[in-house]
Design a protein around this ligand. Structure first.
Ligand code: GDP
Ligand code: MG
Length: 443
């Protein structure tokens, strides 16, 4: 695939704005790459469409080939689509005993992942963890979990096995035992089948209603590709799932299932299983998975290099514009993007000399990084002409933009006001040489 992406870089020679032809040529290759990575077709279609909208018309950066620029946009889009917010990715296990319920098909890695999570919680968060197997169909399954619990160290135990109990009864007993034993976390490992059936689903739903888990994780095998999507959809219909775990990411699969499952369910991916051993569990990293879906890890460094060059060049161009006293909404969108990359407003404002006033203004405007994203969305909903000449933005245009970006007219107005303030500020700063320092830091 590297070769293929390399081919995109060489094939495109467009200048000025990225043309639809350039973008389409690059996206054809990306599309094949995504399908090869086992991303589900409808997901590929939606994704490609969104990237096309974003890429067409974007200004070409001289130092980067257009295809490379498209790949960068694709990579960023993948990361965004894969990633949950930070609050989403951690496990909610604060109120003891917090229950985690594991669900998934047989052989997906539920039992192994149960032990891996227990080990992680006990080692990283000093939690006392109780494990209970509700798999009554395979007697060996309960033994398997007990053996794994023993390997997790002294803070992890397993519920004593009583033969002949139903899963619902074991769930009740486990919740009781976790309370009495003063455990922080209870993890319920459920039985799976080879295919989804009604009995398994109603059993799982019953267990969920008894144990009231704070996390219900669907475990899926990354190597099953397309099937994983259907599995996720069906489980999500019946269970209050809170997250996904993708196992066998140590295999040769490209991890397209991660993207599909995330797109179909909207659930955050919490962990990746990366081996049979109990420490083979990684926190989810959207960038790594995006690189893998696109083919190679080296795409990431390539993209980083491209983005550095792009930032540097955009910074240069912006500095030139500012000299002429220009700062339109496209420039502002660039700034918003850079701010997000640089760890938010705090970071960038801290580097700007003499910008304390602006910093205070922004702080009082309650500008967190979520706001940055919304503001970027507002600007993305404008036409090119509107971005260049904000003066044309009358009431009906503002209304359209608010609807298009999923925001409100007030927010649009606020952004336009902020743009004016920033433009004014930039104008002043150019006389003090402050902008140069800022742009240097930003690239
Ligand atoms: P369950 O039926 O869903 O409980 O699946 P198990 O936890 O029993 O796992 C089935 C098999 O997959 C076992 O041989 C595990 O060692 C293996 N397995 C689970 N997770 C991973 C993983 O992340 N990587 C690899 N290579 N093997 C795994
Ligand atoms: Mg099992």
């Amino acid at each position: 695939l590297s070769d293929r992406l390399g081919g995109i870089f060489d094939g495109l020679t467009g200048r000025g704005a990225l043309s639809e032809k350039d973008v389409n040529a690059a996206l054809r290759e990306i599309r094949v790459a995504l399908l090869e990575a086992d991303v589900a077709l409808p997901v590929v279609k939606d994704f490609i469409d969104s990237v096309r909208t974003r890429a067409v018309g974007e200004e070409v950066v001289r130092s980067v080939k257009p295809g490379q620029q498209v790949v960068k946009i694709v990579y960023d889009g993948l990361v965004e689509m894969l990633g949950g917010t930070e609050a989403e990715t951690g496990l909610r296990v604060d109120n003891p005993p917090a229950t985690i319920m594991m669900a998934g098909l047989q052989g997906s890695g539920k039992t192994t992942t149960t032990a891996k999570i227990a080990k992680r919680l006990s080692e990283k968060q000093r939690k006392r963890v109780l494990l209970a197997s509700l798999d009554v169909r395979r007697p060996a399954a309960m033994q398997q979990l007990a053996i794994l619990a023993d390997q997790c160290g002294e803070n992890v135990s397993s519920l004593p096995i009583i033969e002949g109990q139903l899963p619902a009864d074991i769930a009740r007993r486990a919740v009781q035992a976790a309370k009495i034993g003063g455990y922080d976390v209870l993890i319920l490992d459920t039985a799976g089948r080879t295919t989804i059936d009604e009995q398994m689903m109603s059993e799982a739903a019953e267990i969920a209603s008894i144990a009231k888990p704070s996390e219900t994780l669907l475990v899926a095998d990354a190597l099953t590709g397309q099937d994983a999507v259907e599995t996720a959809r069906r489980f999500h219909e019946r269970l209050p799932l809170t997250g996904l775990v993708l196992t066998r990411m140590d295999g040769d699969g490209r991890g397209g299932a991660a993207l599909s499952m995330r797109a179909v369910t909207g659930l955050p991916i919490k962990f990746l299983g990366v081996g049979e051993k109990l420490d083979g569990l990684d926190a989810f990293d959207a960038g790594r998975v995006a690189g893998r879906i696109l083919g190679q890890g080296d795409i990431v460094s390539l993209v980083e290099k491209a983005s550095e060059q792009m930032d540097a060049e955009k910074a240069e161009r912006m500095a030139a514009k500012l000299k002429k006293g220009e700062f339109d909404l496209e420039d502002m969108a660039d700034q918003l993007r850079q701010m997000q990359r640089m760890g938010g407003l705090g970071g960038i404002m801290g580097m700007m000399p003499g910008a304390r006033k602006a910093k205070e203004a922004m702080a009082s405007a309650n500008l967190d990084d979520n706001v940055l994203k919304r503001q970027e969305a507002i600007i993305l909903s404008m036409t090119k002409q509107e971005r260049r000449k904000p003066a044309v933005l009358n009431a009906s245009r503002r209304k359209r933009i608010a609807a298009g970006s999923g925001t409100s007219v007030q927010e649009v107005n606020k952004l336009l006001k902020m743009h004016q303030q920033m433009a004014g500020m930039m104008k002043k700063m150019r006389t003090k040489g402050g902008m140069k320092a800022m742009m240097g830091a930003a690239s």
